[in-house]
Design a protein around this ligand. Structure first.
Ligand SMILES: [Fe+2]
Length: 468
C-alpha cells in the first residue's frame, strides 16, 4: 500500500516539477524558475460583479460561517444588513427535515474614522448533528436568502477530512482566480484554514472600510457554504493613531467572530478547535506572546491537552512565518519562533501554515532549538519531531508577488516559488495525509508541489523516502 503510494507520489512529483519549467537546484531544495507575471495586482473595482450586493431593501450580505464550538457541533453564522438592523434570527434545518429551528443572534456596529459600518450580525447555531447537511436562512420576506453547510464528522482517530489553505487573499483579479481555483479544484476542501490578511482595506486612504464590505461580498460564494477558520494578520490591525484609530483589530473583530472561549482562550486572536481528526491551534503574530502574556499562558496549557489518540493531526496556523527564505518580511517571525519552537517539537506538531510572505515555500522537518545564550548552536537542523513549515501567503492581494529570495536556498527549504495559489491537506487516516499546492496559472487539477505527510505521533518516519 505504502510502496504503491510512494511510487504514485514520485510520478506526481516528476510531473509537477516538469510542469513548472526549468528548475534550479541549489544548496537547499528546489527554487522553481516558473515564469510568471510580475506586474502588481490590481483590486477589482467597486462595480465588479463579484462585489454585487443582493437585491432588495436591507437584504443580508457578506454571509459567512465558521466553527462555533470546540468540536464541530456548532456554527457561527454572520451577515451584514446595510439599511437597518433587520432580523437577527437564523432559521435552520437538517436536509431531511422540514421542521425549522431558529436562533437569535447579536448585532454590532462600529465606526472607523469617517466610515460607519452596516449592522453586523453573529448568531451561533448549537447542538447540531455531526456529518449532516443543514440549510439556513437569513433575512426576512422577499429578501430571505438560503444557504447550506455540512457539519464535520465526529472527532475521531481515523476520520478522513480535507482542508483548503488560503492566505493573504485580498480582492484583486488574482484573488478571484485563487478563489475560483480553490472552488474548482477536484480535491474538494471541506473547510478553509485561512492564515490571515483578508481585505487589505488598509491599503487605501483612511483604511477605506468599504473594502471590508466588498471583501465580505466577494468571498461569500465560498464562506457562506463552508467554514473558514480565521487567523489574524497584520492587515487586520487597522491601527492608525493619526486618524484617531488606536484600537487594533477593530474592523476584523467586529466582523469575524470565532469560538475562542470554547478553548479557554481569553481573546479571539488565539484559540483552538477540533475538527474531524485534526486539532487546530490558531496563534496571533501581532499580540504579545512573551513569557507570562495571556497568549503564552494559554498555549503552554493548551498543548498538553491535545490527545493524539483522539485528534492525531496537530496543525498550527499563524500569520508571520518562522522559516522564510524570501527577502520580504525576513525574520519577522523570529521572536515567536524563539518563544514557542521547542514546544512544537516537544508536542510533535505535524505542520505549521503561515502567510504574510506573498509567495510559496515548504520546509523540510527542521528545528533550531539547541541554542542557549552561551553555546553558539544556532543552525537549523533536520529534526523528525519538528513540523513542516509551509508559507502560503500567495492568495493574490494588491501588494503583488514577493519575487526576491535569499541565495543560496537554505538546506531546510524544500521547495519555493513566487506564484499565486492555494493548497489542500487531505487527511486519510491517523497515519497519512496528502498535501498539495495548486498555482493559479495551472489547470484546476494540477499539483505544483506535493508531499505525503506521515503523522508525527502515529507514524513518525521520514517522509523523504516517499519523495525521491
Ligand atoms: Fe501580512
Amino acid at each position: 500500500m505504502i510502496s504503491y503510494r510512494c511510487y504514485s507520489i514520485a510520478i506526481l512529483w516528476f510531473l509537477a516539477l516538469n510542469n513548472g519549467g526549468l528548475l534550479l537546484l541549489s544548496n537547499g531544495g528546489t527554487t522553481s524558475s516558473f515564469i510568471r507575471n510580475e506586474e502588481k495586482s490590481i483590486d477589482m473595482p467597486f462595480d465588479s460583479d463579484v462585489f454585487h450586493a443582493p437585491s432588495g431593501y436591507n437584504a443580508p450580505q457578506q454571509v459567512h460561517i465558521t466553527q462555533g464550538d470546540h468540536v464541530g457541533k456548532a456554527v457561527i453564522v454572520s451577515w451584514v444588513t446595510m439599511d437597518e438592523p433587520g432580523s437577527d434570527t437564523v432559521f435552520y434545518w437538517p436536509q431531511d427535515s422540514t421542521q425549522k429551528n431558529q436562533t437569535k443572534g447579536q448585532m454590532y456596529t462600529y465606526k472607523y474614522y469617517n466610515y460607519t459600518s452596516g449592522y453586523i450580525h453573529h448568531c451561533t447555531l448549537k447542538n447540531l448533528e455531526f456529518n449532516t447537511k443543514y440549510y439556513y436562512e437569513v433575512g426576512v420576506g422577499h429578501t430571505t436568502r438560503t444557504f447550506w453547510f455540512v457539519t464535520p464528522p465526529e472527532v475521531g482517530l481515523d476520520v478522513p477530512y480535507t482542508f483548503g489553505i488560503i492566505g493573504d487573499l485580498g480582492q484583486t483579479y488574482d484573488s478571484n482566480r485563487t478563489l475560483t481555483h480553490y472552488e474548482m479544484n477536484p480535491v474538494k476542501g471541506e473547510t478553509v484554514l485561512y492564515v490571515g490578511d483578508l481585505s487589505y482595506a488598509d491599503h487605501y486612504e483612511f483604511h477605506d472600510n468599504r473594502r471590508w464590505d466588498t471583501w465580505g461580498r466577494f468571498v461569500e460564494r465560498s464562506v457562506a457554504y463552508q467554514p473558514w477558520i480565521w487567523t489574524a494578520g497584520n492587515h487586520e490591525l487597522d491601527y492608525s493613531p493619526p486618524i484617531g484609530e488606536k484600537k487594533p483589530f477593530k474592523p476584523f473583530l467586529h466582523r469575524y467572530h470565532v469560538p475562542f472561549e470554547a478553548s479557554g482562550s481569553t481573546e479571539p486572536l488565539w484559540y483552538s478547535i477540533k475538527r474531524a481528526s485534526a486539532y487546530i491551534i490558531v496563534l496571533s503574530s501581532y499580540s504579545a506572546y512573551g513569557t507570562y502574556t495571556p497568549q503564552y499562558m494559554w498555549l503552554i496549557e493548551e498543548l498538553p491537552k491535545v490527545n493524539r489518540s483522539e485528534t492525531p493531526w496537530l496543525i498550527v496556523l499563524m500569520h508571520s512565518p518562522w522559516y522564510n527564505s524570501n527577502t520580504y518580511h525576513y525574520m519577522e517571525g523570529e521572536t515567536m519562533r524563539v518563544m514557542f519552537e521547542s514546544w512544537f517539537v516537544k508536542y510533535k506538531v505535524d505542520v505549521v501554515f503561515a502567510g504574510h510572505v506573498h509567495a510559496y515555500e515548504r520546509s523540510e522537518r527542521i528545528s533550531n532549538i539547541a541554542y542557549n545564550i552561551v553555546n553558539g548552536e544556532c543552525t537549523p537542523v533536520h529534526d523528525q519531531n519538528a513540523p513542516v513549515y509551509i508559507t502560503i501567503g500567495d492568495g493574490g492581494n494588491i501588494e503583488g508577488l514577493a519575487t526576491y529570495m535569499m541565495e543560496p536556498q537554505p538546506k531546510y527549504s524544500a521547495f519555493r516559488e513566487a506564484s499565486f495559489g492555494h493548497a489542500t491537506f487531505e487527511i486519510k487516516n491517523r497515519t497519512h495525509a496528502y498535501y498539495s499546492w495548486h498555482r493559479n496559472v495551472d489547470g484546476y487539477a494540477v499539483k505544483s508541489d506535493s508531499m505525503v505527510f506521515f503523522n508525527r505521533h502515529w507514524y513518525p518516519k521520514n517522509e523523504s523516502i516517499c519523495q525521491t
